[in-house]
Design a protein around this ligand. Structure first.
Ligand code: NAD
Length: 473
């Protein structure tokens, strides 16, 4: 989709090459390896929608990479340059991502060639419903087989339209609402889903900074506090990651790059204010108090501690990898570093936290949403008040035994039962921590492996191949 240097592999090739780089450490039959890399099916659709009296034809895809677990899971992207190759690459990453973070889904992805900014809400609804119908007809949207979610250019609004379209086709399906995740909370969604990918980036970075060995390799010191961060893309993922990291972990966002250029402020940018500026003006340029640079991509090369590409693929290529000055690249977007650039960064001692680990927060919370939908009950509904009553009894027992009263603030904390958002965040934090620890264990088993991406691939490939072989092919 984005411009890529001629010397670099395509996104799809790059994902396969990264897979090959990892699989060589495992003794697996070649046929299984070939099968694991291949997309099992891709459905291409073309359909007309009447826009302002004219028929416009739209083209889209839904790729299913692996059905070793069902349903398959992956977002739907709305972008003008989306291609089948790109959707296949993203579907493959979904398979590896789900396996890595122990989400029991296969991998899929969808894409529609469209610039959503060019259409009214009403037109977008008709286009989305028609696209959904085409996919539903062939089983490419279904609560038990294939469950989309938001990606670039789509959000809760589109997911609500898709869920409603499915329900109209299958009114007797009691699990209809589970056909898609990332819905508005009022439509069967889950509090914390919209922010989940950015939140997962925050939890993943926090986990990274818990390991002295890993920090040492970057040349950085201490924790996240005061780290100078550059973010590319202030959309769903980039905005939430930048907001949480700056407001809760004390990082300084020294530059934000978006479509129209970059803004730089060494004192640190206020993410909420930048977001409001984008909403008002349509871009980051001319944000008051910051320096604007029209050549946004060049800011990827600026001096900083952590670079967070959170926009799109192929941003760091063999052309600019040699000039990247960040000590740590935290891949919030899918595929922002090409295969060739990855090798250059590794050789230069720049640590990369790989995409299919770091942005797994979205699919993790999607999994929670899907479970809520098929169980038809909100998380914590049965136990919240019970937990509160137990907490209160504990406080009372403590006060009786010690003859002292527990301070009011502490008392409230002890007996407050967790609400749904608390549970979602707890589940996400646990998932991100566990997955990182699994990746690190690869370094003990394979001392020759030095980078997180190869280790993450090894973890995922081992699980997927085991599943294929145990099931029988
Ligand atoms: P989004 O559409 O909400 O935001 C994308 C942002 O990138 C926007 O601010 C856009 O203006 C900016 N952008 C687009 N082209 C750019 C360019 N050439 N240069 C600089 N900025 C540019 O998308 P999103 O959902 O935040 O997704 C971003 C990335 O994260 C994608 O790679 C996506 O696949 C990945 N991702 C998203 C989710 C999710 O839950 N939304 C989950 C996992 C991974």
């Amino acid at each position: 989709m984005s411009q890529i240097a001629k010397t670099d592999s395509s996104f799809r090739e790059g994902v396969n090459l990264m897979f090959d780089q990892a699989v060589k450490y495992l003794k697996l039959p070649k046929g299984i390896c070939d099968y694991m890399k291949t997309c099992q099916s891709v459905y291409q659709v073309s359909f007309p929608v009447k826009i302002d009296g004219e028929y416009q034809v739209f083209h889209g895809w839904r790729a299913v990479h692996s059905e070793h677990r069902l349903p398959v899971k992956g977002g739907i992207r709305y972008a003008i340059n989306v291609t089948q190759e790109e959707v296949e690459a993203l579907a493959a990453l979904m398979t590896y991502k789900c396996a890595l973070v122990n989400v029991p889904f296969g991998g899929a992805k969808g894409g529609l060639c469209i610039n959503p900014k060019k259409y009214t809400e009403d037109q977008l609804e008709r286009i989305t419903r028609r696209f959904a119908t085409e996919l539903i007809k062939k089983g490419y949207i279904s609560p038990s087989l294939n469950v989309p979610a938001p990606d670039m250019g789509t959000g809760p609004r589109e997911m609500a339209w898709i869920a409603d379209t499915y329900r109209q086709h299958y009114p007797h399906d009691i699990n209809a609402v589970a056909c898609v995740t990332g819905k508005p909370v009022t439509q069967g969604g889950l509090p914390g889903r919209n922010e989940a990918t950015g939140r997962g980036v925050q939890y993943g970075l926090r986990e990274f900074f818990r390991y002295a060995d890993d920090i040492k390799k970057t040349g950085l010191q201490g924790d996240l506090e005061g780290k100078r961060v550059i973010v590319q893309g202030l959309g769903n993922v980039g905005y939430h990651a930048a907001k949480f990291l700056s407001e809760e972990d004390g990082v300084k966002i020294i530059a934000i790059i978006d479509r129209d250029g970059a803004i730089i402020d060494d004192k640190g940018l206020n993410v909420e204010a930048v977001k409001a500026h984008i909403t008002k003006t349509g871009g980051v340029s001319n944000f008051p108090g910051a320096k604007t640079l029209a050549d946004g991509v060049s800011v990827l090369e600026a001096d900083c501690d952590i670079l967070i590409p959170a926009a799109l693929e192929n941003q760091i290529t063999s052309q600019n990898a040699g000039r990247i000055r960040a000590k740590l690249v935290a891949e919030a977007a899918n595929g922002p570093v090409t295969y060739e650039a990855d090798a250059i960064l590794r050789q230069r001692g720049i640590t990369v936290i790989p995409d299919f680990y770091l942005n797994a927060g979205g699919v993790t919370v999607s999994y929670f949403e899907w479970i809520k939908n098929i169980t038809h009950i909100r998380f914590g509904r049965m136990e919240r008040r019970y937990d509160e009553a137990k907490g209160l009894s504990f406080v009372e027992a403590l006060e009786t035994l010690t003859d002292k009263s527990v301070p009011v603030k502490l008392r409230k904390e002890i007996f407050r039962g967790a609400d749904e958002l608390d549970l979602v965040r707890s589940g996400l934090d646990d998932t991100m921590r566990e997955a990182y620890q699994e990746i690190r264990r690869v370094f003990e088993r394979f001392p020759e492996v030095k980078d997180l991406r190869t280790a993450a691939f090894i973890t995922a490939i081992e699980k997927i191949s085991r599943s294929h072989m145990e099931m029988g092919i």
